[in-house]
Design a binder for this molecule. Structure first.
Ligand code: GRF
Length: 192
């Protein structure tokens, strides 16, 4: 299974996929890594010798134009699956329509709880006793797609946004690596 992974930040989830894919037994390969900005996580791809591309959101007149340019880059690699792994950008409808259902996202909350760009902070603010990690199929909503898999993560006394996020990320990484494996082994994303 060939993957293009899209990031905006540090790429710790990306790194987990790169490490899993470097095992010859793992039936998926990251063929390219893209970002909507000069993401520090691109360094992980460079370390693993994986091609990278950047489509800076700020260089385009509209979200749709950016989406088209991003799609053009992805098409170069013709991946079986596109993985959003810390891409902090809402995707335009044209982008989703072209790729669905072969477009998944990892989210640091137990959806439908705490959708959106500040999920971990929102869980802390809400005084939630537990949050979680979710892997979903991307649709046109904000974190509203079908849930492929999700797992609860406890919120501990005195947790900050950072400490909770650091507890969620390892769960995300494990779920993401497992989900890509399941898809490579035939999981039908139209049936989740
Ligand atoms: C992850 O928790 C992801 O779910 C969220 O942002 C974080 C990205 O972390 N959208 P990283 O860039 O993979 O380290």
């Amino acid at each position: 299974l060939s993957l293009v992974v899209l990031i905006s930040g540090g790429g710790s989830n990306l790194r987990a996929l790169l490490e899993a894919a470097s095992d010859a037994e793992y039936p998926a390969r990251v063929v390219a890594v893209g970002a909507d900005r000069d993401a520090t996580g691109l360094a992980h791809a460079e370390e693993f010798g994986i091609p990278t591309f950047t489509v800076p959101y700020s260089s385009f007149p509209s979200r749709e134009a950016w989406g088209e340019a991003l799609l053009e880059q992805i098409r170069v690699w013709n991946p079986d699956l596109v993985v959003l792994s810390g891409l902090m950008r809402l995707l335009p409808a044209n982008f989703v329509a072209q790729l669905a259902p072969n477009l998944i996202n990892t989210h640091p909350a137990y959806l439908p709880e705490f959708p959106g760009a500040h999920a971990v902070r929102d869980a802390i603010t809400a005084g939630a006793a537990q949050s979680g990690a979710s892997i979903i199929v991307v649709d046109n909503g904000v974190d509203t797609g079908s849930i492929i898999v999700q797992e609860r993560v406890p919120v501990l006394e005195g947790d900050t946004e950072h400490s909770l996020h650091e507890r969620i990320k390892p769960v995300e990484r494990r779920l993401l690596v497992q989900t890509v494996l399941d898809i490579a082994n035939g999981l039908d994303l139209t049936k989740v």
